[in-house]
Design a protein around this ligand. Structure first.
Ligand code: AMP
Ligand code: ZN
Ligand code: ZN
Length: 421
C-alpha cells in the first residue's frame, strides 16, 4: 500500500512539474542571431491565401510581406521545386530534374519512395542554403526538406530527420521550437519545416474543394502553434518566417486523360516514367528507335499535349541541358494528364473517371502553377505586397538575412530585394 501511495505521489509530481514547466516557465530568448524558419506548405497555390483564407497565414502576410505570386521552376514538381528554393538553381543545374529520375550512365533510378536513393548524394548538385550557412559557421536544422537527408558536398544539417509523413504537424513544430530553446552556441539559425496535407488534399479532391480548404486550415493551425510558441519566447517580431510553396494545383478528371501508351510501341523504350503531367521516355539503343517513338506519338498526340526531344524543350523552361532528362518528353496542358490503358481501366472500375482531382508538374507560366511566398519578421517590410519573383530567388534572400555569402546560383537578388525592410 505504501509503495502504491509513493508511486502515485511520484506520478502526480511528474505531471504537475511537467505541466508547470511547459505552461508557466517558457524562457524568453533574448540572444537570437538573425534566424530564418523556412516553411513549405506543399501545393499551396498562390491564390489559396484569399480563396481558403487561413487566418494565421493571412495575418502573417498582412503584418509582413507577401508576393503577388512566386514563379516555380519547371517541372512544377515537389522535389525539383523544393531543391530550387534551397539552392537557387534551376533543376537543369541542380540535377533533381523530376521526382523520378533515370541516370542512364549509372543505370540508377531516383524516386520519392526509394529511401536509399533519396539519401544518395550522387543525385544532389549545387549548394543548398543549409550548407551555405553551416560552411560559414552557422547551424542548420531541418524538420523535412528534400535534400536534407543526405550529405551534399560532404555536409548535412546538424539536425535532420528521415522523411516520415506520419509524424504529426504539431510534433514537427514543437521540435523546431525545441531547437530554438538550445543555448545560442548550439541553436540553429537556418531552419526548415514541411507540411504535406494541402498537396495531398489538392490531389485527391481538387484545389477548390472543401477538403483542400480543411487541409489549409489544418496547416494554418500548425503555423499558429509555431507563431504562439515564438511569442512565448519573445521572438514573434525577430524570428524571420518565410512561408513558401513549391507549386500550385490544377483540377482535372481522369476521363479527360490522354492514353499515351496507345500511341507508340512501349517495347521500344528502355524505361518510361508515367508521371501524369510529365512523361519521360528513354528509347532503347538502336538505330532510329528514338525517331520511331517520336514520330509515332507526334502523329497521334491530341493538341492539348506537346512532345519534345530534350533539345527542343522551350527555352523559357530553363530546362533541357541536363543529361538526366529523357531524350523524349511529353507535356500535357493543364486540365488533362497522360496515362496508360491499365490506369484508365482501374479508374473506370473504381468509378473514379469523373472525380475532380488535382495535378501539378505543368508549364510554370500557368496561373494554376503559381506558388506562394509570405515573409514575416525582423527582415521583412510590413503590410507590403511585392511584385512576382521566382523560387530560385529565395536562396539569395535567405543568404542576405543570415548575412552569409551565397554560392553561385540562378537567382536574381534584385527581383526579390524589395521584400526586405
Ligand atoms: P508530388 O505531389 O508527387 O510532387 O509529391 C508530394 C509528396 O512528396 C508528398 O505527399 C510527400 O509525401 C512527399 N515528400 C515530401 N518530402 C519528402 C521527402 N523528403 N522524402 C520523401 N517524400 C517526400
Ligand atoms: Zn509538391
Ligand atoms: Zn503533389
Amino acid at each position: 500500500m505504501l509503495k502504491l501511495i509513493r508511486s502515485i505521489t511520484v506520478v502526480l509530481f511528474l505531471v504537475i512539474f511537467g505541466l508547470s514547466s511547459s505552461i508557466f516557465s517558457q524562457k524568453t530568448i533574448n540572444d537570437l542571431k538573425p534566424t530564418v524558419i523556412l516553411i513549405s506548405i506543399d501545393g499551396f497555390r498562390a491564390d489559396y491565401i484569399d480563396l481558403h483564407a487561413p487566418p494565421t497565414i493571412k495575418a502573417l502576410a498582412e503584418n509582413g510581406t507577401r508576393a503577388r505570386y512566386m514563379k516555380p521552376p519547371f517541372p512544377t514538381k515537389t522535389f525539383p521545386a523544393h531543391y530550387s528554393i534551397a539552392t537557387g538553381l534551376y533543376p537543369d543545374n541542380h540535377g533533381i530534374i523530376e521526382n523520378n529520375i533515370y541516370d542512364s550512365e549509372t543505370k540508377s533510378v531516383f524516386g520519392l519512395s526509394r529511401r536509399e536513393e533519396v539519401m544518395n548524394p550522387m543525385w544532389w548538385g549545387g549548394e543548398p542554403v543549409w550548407n551555405t550557412a553551416q560552411k560559414q559557421g552557422q547551424i542548420a536544422g531541418a524538420f523535412f526538406w528534400p535534400g536534407t537527408e543526405t550529405k551534399i558536398g560532404g555536409m548535412q544539417p546538424k539536425f535532420w530527420q528521415t522523411y516520415d509523413g506520419t509524424v504529426t504537424n504539431f510534433r514537427r513544430v514543437d521540435t523546431v521550437l525545441g531547437w530554438l530553446d538550445l543555448p545560442q552556441a548550439e541553436r540553429p539559425t537556418m531552419i526548415t519545416l514541411y507540411f504535406s496535407d494541402v498537396d495531398d488534399a489538392g490531389h485527391n479532391h481538387g484545389p477548390e474543394s472543401p477538403e483542400t480548404k480543411a487541409a489549409v486550415m489544418t496547416v494554418d493551425g500548425a503555423i499558429e502553434r509555431l507563431v504562439s510558441g515564438l511569442a512565448d519566447r519573445g521572438l514573434e517580431k525577430t524570428a524571420n518566417l518565410i512561408i513558401v510553396s513549391d507549386h500550385g494545383m490544377a483540377p482535372y478528371k481522369q476521363r479527360d486523360a490522354i492514353v499515351l501508351d496507345t500511341m507508340f510501341d512501349t517495347n521500344l523504350a528502355e524505361r518510361i516514367f508515367w508521371t501524369g503531367e510529365f512523361v519521360q521516355i528513354f528509347p532503347k539503343s538502336g538505330v532510329e528507335t528514338e525517331d520511331i517513338i517520336y514520330d509515332s506519338i507526334k502523329k497521334k498526340l491530341p493538341s492539348n499535349a506537346n512532345i519534345y526531344r530534350r533539345s527542343e524543350i522551350p527555352k523559357r523552361f530553363n530546362f533541357g541541358t541536363n543529361k538526366r532528362i529523357a531524350p523524349i518528353v511529353v507535356i500535357p496542358n493543364e486540365g488533362t494528364t497522360l496515362t496508360t490503358r491499365e490506369r484508365t481501366v482501374t479508374a473506370a472500375n473504381n468509378g473514379r473517371l469523373d472525380n475532380v482531382r488535382g495535378a501539378h508538374g505543368y508549364d510554370n507560366d500557368l496561373v494554376s502553377m503559381r506558388a506562394t511566398f509570405v515573409g514575416h519578421g525582423q527582415a521583412f517590410k510590413q503590410g507590403f505586397v511585392s511584385e512576382p519573383f521566382e523560387s530560385v530567388d529565395v536562396y539569395e534572400l535567405i543568404c542576405k538575412i543570415l548575412k552569409i555569402k551565397p554560392a553561385k546560383n540562378d537567382g536574381k537578388f534584385k527581383r526579390i530585394k524589395e521584400v526586405l525592410d
